[in-house]
Design a binder for this molecule. Structure first.
Ligand SMILES: Nc1ncnc2c1ncn2[C@@H]1O[C@H](COP(=O)(O)OP(=O)(O)OP(=O)(O)O)[C@@H](O)[C@H]1O
Length: 253
């Protein structure tokens, strides 16, 4: 297996395996992710991509192997553990609440409260102000932080989800097919946002079946096949054709 040249690893997954009954979903998977880089994770349906992401985001605990995050060996027991460490996941269903506003969605389960005498009350003004700052920092194209999510387009919703994942001191943002449901222009906008996250120093893990997108955005790519990580490449050293051949097994790593 060819290993991409690495600088400093934010994530180092070593030899992890996990089975569900008789299905070996991951077999001795090792890979690394770097800050300030977009890493694509590709593979056919059932290759193990989602399972790997679930191990990284605290949903599954591997049967064996280790995950080091930001220099420390980690054992995330819950998604909250992973989140507290700085790992955010933008799921395909986006997990936004339609009837809440942009700022309310950005602060869902992370509300800012202030004390008034013995009471703790929601500090709406602080949350709106901070939401505005988050949206402006990433140049997210929404009409206003007080717009309800129901009124937003698919691309704007995706942008709000990415904005939420990028805030709150996250270091790694995992995205599962972020543009699968979007048209050409909205895809372009969301891709710009992903590049901005990278330029701001986040590590981005991008699951995508869109090879053109992988070639456009990613700095490195890891290829999964049948529960194994069969190859890693710097994007400048590979082609879309080679990646397809690695995915199907037409080319050995
Ligand atoms: N909770 C589970 N219980 C049983 N089997 C599972 C479970 N999760 C995943 N698997 C199996 O593990 C293997 C890897 O699945 P996984 O969803 O990780 O693949 P994937 O690469 O994400 O596929 P896709 O691109 O279709 O989402 C598959 O054989 C799948 O059926």
């Amino acid at each position: 297996m060819t290993t991409p040249t690495v600088t400093k690893d934010l994530v180092s997954i070593e030899d992890i395996s996990i089975s569900f009954g008789s299905v070996r979903a991951l077999r001795n998977v090792s890979l690394t992710l770097q800050p300030g880089e977009i890493t694509a994770l590709v593979g056919d349906n059932g290759a193990g991509k989602s399972t790997l992401v679930r191990c990284l985001s605290g949903i599954h605990r591997p049967d064996s192997g280790t995950i080091r995050f930001d220099g420390e060996q980690t054992h995330f027991s819950t998604p909250e553990d992973a989140r507290n460490a700085g790992i955010e996941t933008v799921h395909q269903n986006l997990a936004l609440v339609e009837d809440l506003t942009v700022w309310q969605n950005l602060f869902l389960n992370r509300e800012i409260v202030r004390g008034v005498g013995p009471l703790a009350i929601l500090d709406k003004r602080a949350m709106k102000r901070e939401a505005q700052r988050m949206v402006s920092t990433l140049a997210v194209n929404v009409p206003s932080v007080t717009s309800t999510v129901r009124r937003l387009s698919g691309g704007q919703r995706q942008a709000v989800s990415i904005c939420r994942a990028a805030g709150f001191s996250s270091k790694l943002v995992i995205m599962d097919e972020p543009t699968a449901a979007l048209g050409v222009q909205e895809t372009e906008r969301v891709e710009k946002l992903i590049l901005k996250l990278r330029d701001d120093g986040h590590a981005v893990l991008l699951i995508s079946h869109n090879f053109a997108q992988v070639m456009r955005l990613a700095d490195q790519v890891w290829v999964m096949r049948s529960g194994q990580c069969v190859a890693g490449r710097r994007i400048v050293d590979t082609t879309g054709e080679e990646i397809v051949a690695l995915i199907t097994g037409a080319k050995a790593s």
